[in-house]
Design a protein around this ligand. Structure first.
Ligand SMILES: Nc1ncnc2c1ncn2[C@@H]1O[C@H](COP(=O)(O)OP(=O)(O)OP(=O)(O)O)[C@@H](O)[C@H]1O
Ligand SMILES: [Zn+2]
Length: 669
């Protein structure tokens, strides 16, 4: 049944689908990639449907230019998922679907294409034959595995398990049971950005030796991404372990989705289409009619509330899996009583020395990279600021430069003050580089390693560094939140938290939730096998309730208090939000535009939708561009969605020249 018109989606900000004249000899099917002319070039599009008529004069339509290859079509469910994401995040179907393919599959094939394609197919995935002891499940784990394995159809569940409770083992058993039920099943295991994939992947590989385990993360080379994608699409890979973009992987026989560390902010994309991969994983499971498990030691308040209110099943694991391992003991050190010397309180110093003497490892956590966040002139009060952003330029001693963490601008540290010429320039505050240096002075005999974005810049270096910690080559690991995430370190018995007071006092209402979570995570690296773990937190506010809950290892107590506060103030998750963000050279013009937009919004307002006043963003200027935002809120996501669809098309119709985008369910303000 050859139809004369092909409807195609492409990666361009165009409303609806594009119509082309079909070329029946190509034998195109829905979900297949095709080559179509767009403007003056050819691009890769995806066939979204066929028709016998068009809104456009048929004789003016251009012909489909060809097909890149014979690769099987993307599934109908995949098309539905990407269409949903485009609708929900106010983008275009093609702008979600096409960029979700690896670059290799969205480029017009060159002369060597067939050859490269067969190389991609032939790539060997690492196989593992290390022996593995499979632990007997404990009671908690077993009950969960049994119950979850009974799930039929779409059934979301939250696995809330304290750090070290053995969530990974639960995942492995669920994967195993899924294969038992369907040997051809495919499984998607999602993990946060920058981490532990190597360790996890080799564990999975050891467990499922006869299976192909593919991986996907943003730092992989393009060729690797393409072969992983193809192995999944052609069902040669049974398991995909990947970061946020893997939620869009093509997995035609997908039977189970697991989202590890579901609270992690790296599931949210902050450029292009601002999707949340955790939320889309739930949608994908619903479309596929399959079970989905979200796991965390500190679930997001959204997920925890969904569980409390019965929308997700809630599984709890309250004990550490390793028989002798207890949850760490947390002590608060009041920095107004025990004044830090070079950042370290005396009690902390003693404990670090103790730990070194026992031959155990310590982690020092400081969520700020660089040497010092700002350089100050002691005689005139000059501060190092970025000329292009409303932000300080951070001093990096390793490079001897002042660097802006927003735009990357940098200059050599001047020898004298650029304003008054005085030589009294002084780094103020402390980042990981400075803390590292201070630790080296204090414990010259210790092997100290720093792990943060700067030291982990080169591909693979983060995992090499983590390997060094696992193998015991490091005595003290100092780092930013990269050190907090999910690592199963066996020899760490002390965790020190240097300074988190700025986050405690932040105006962003999610800051407390994030702080609690990162502290719980980093604390959870201590005492995972045997030896009682200790956590020391240096703070000026030891009486804050956040620390009380943390000390009691009481995530649920904390979450319930936060939820109560949010409910009273009708903040998320008790309301739904979207941010309209606009940018330009002049902040007044940007704010004026947002005020106009707000008026338009008010004129089409429905239900509970409400607007705040436009305000400059917290970091108002980045790369000489001024940025402001308009917060839109409604009682629930459905009302907000309904409104946003009308609202954005209203604004598009007016064809403003201003640059703007909308962030639905924003995570930061
Ligand atoms: N049933 C079991 N018996 C003995 N050891 C187990 C069992 N289950 C898991 N373990 C071990 O417990 C340790 C912690 O497990 P795992 O890393 O899965 O914890 P987790 O819940 O993911 O923790 P986190 O949230 O901190 O990442 C691992 O070393 C694992 O091998
Ligand atoms: Zn800058």
């Amino acid at each position: 049944m050859a139809q004369s018109i092909v409807k195609v989606i492409v990666d361009a900000p165009l409303r609806g689908q594009l119509d082309y004249k079909n070329v029946p000899e190509l034998g195109l099917r829905v979900g297949e990639r095709c080559i179509v002319p767009l403007g003056r070039r050819n691009v890769i599009g995806i066939v979204a449907g066929f028709s016998d008529s068009s809104e456009w004069p048929v004789n003016k339509l251009r012909k489909v230019a060809g097909r890149p290859d014979e690769i099987a079509p993307l599934s109908e469910n995949w098309m539905r998922l990407t269409a949903f994401a485009a609708r929900y995040y106010l983008s275009r179907h093609g702008m979600v679907a096409v960029p979700a393919l690896p670059k290799f599959f969205r480029r017009i094939p060159g002369p060597n294409y067939a050859n490269s394609l067969s190389k991609l197919r032939d790539r060997k995935f690492k196989s593992n034959d290390a022996p593995e002891d499979i632990p007997l499940l404990n009671k908690e784990q077993e009950a969960i595995v049994d119950d979850f394995s009974q799930s039929k159809g779409f059934s979301p569940a939250l696995l809330f398990g304290v750090t070290g409770s053995g969530k990974t083992e639960v995942y492995l058993r669920l994967i195993e049971n899924t294969f038992k039920a369907d040997p051809k099943a495919q499984i998607l295991l999602m993990v946060p950005e920058i981490n532990l994939t190597p360790q996890l992947v080799s564990r999975i590989g050891n467990r499922f030796k006869d299976r192909v385990v593919a991986t996907w993360n943003s730092s992989m080379a393009e060729g690797q991404k393409a072969s992983s994608w193809l192995a999944c699409h052609e069902e040669r890979a049974s398991i995909l372990v990947g970061t946020r973009l893997s939620v869009f992987a093509s997995l035609p026989n997908l039977k189970l989705i697991i989202v590890d560390e579901e609270h992690d902010a790296s599931y949210k994309s902050h450029e292009g289409v601002r999707y949340n991969a955790r939320d889309l994983a739930l949608k994908r499971a619903q479309i596929e009619g399959i079970p989905v498990l979200l796991g965390s030691a500190t679930p997001s308040l959204e997920s925890y509330r969904n569980a409390l209110e019965g929308r997700f099943r809630l599984y709890k694991m309250k004990k550490r899996a390793v028989e002798s391992a207890e949850l760490p003991r947390i002590t608060l050190i009041d920095t107004s009583l025990d004044r830090p010397q070079n950042g370290i309180c005396s009690e902390t110093a003693e404990k670090i020395t103790d730990t070194l003497e026992k031959g155990r490892q310590s982690i020092v956590f400081l969520n700020r990279r660089g040497f010092a966040p700002v350089v100050e002139c002691k005689s005139c009060g000059w501060h190092s600021t970025c000329p292009h952003c409303s932000a300080y330029a951070v001093f990096h001693k390793t490079t001897g430069r002042l660097t802006c963490h927003y735009c990357g601008w940098s200059m050599k540290l001047p020898t004298s003050c650029p304003k008054c010429g005085s030589y009294e320039l002084q780094p103020v505050g402390r980042g990981t580089q400075r803390a590292e240096e201070e630790l080296e002075v204090k414990w010259p005999e210790a092997k100290i390693m720093r792990l943060d974005q700067d030291s982990a810049r080169r591909r693979g270096s983060a995992s090499r560094m983590l390997e060094a910690v696992h193998s015991g080559e490091v005595d003290i690991l100092i780092g930013t939140q990269i050190v907090a995430k999910g690592h199963d370190f066996k020899k760490v018995s002390l965790v020190v938290v240097l300074n988190t007071d700025p986050q405690l006092l932040s105006f962003d209402y999610r800051a407390r939730e994030r702080l609690f979570s990162v502290l719980m995570q980093v604390a959870g690296r201590a005492g995972r096998s045997g030896e009682q773990g200790e956590v020391l937190i240096q703070t000026k506010y030891p009486k804050d309730s956040l620390f009380r809950y943390l000390k009691d290892n009481d995530f649920e107590g904390f979450a319930q208090e936060e939820l109560k506060a949010r409910k009273t103030a009708s903040m998320t998750p008790y309301s739904a939000q979207a941010l309209m963000i606009s940018e330009g050279k002049d902040i007044r013009e940007v704010l004026d535009f947002l005020s106009q937009v707000k008026k338009i919004g008010l004129s089409v307002q429905t239900g509970s939708v409400r607007f705040y006043d436009p305000v400059p963003q917290t970091v108002q200027k980045v790369m000489d561009i001024e940025r402001a935002q308009l917060l839109i809120e409604a009682d629930n996501k459905m009302e907000l969605q309904r409104f946003l669809a009308v609202f954005t098309s209203e604004i598009e119709n007016r064809q403003f020249k201003n640059v703007w985008h909308i962030d639905v369910d924003p995570l930061s303000f």
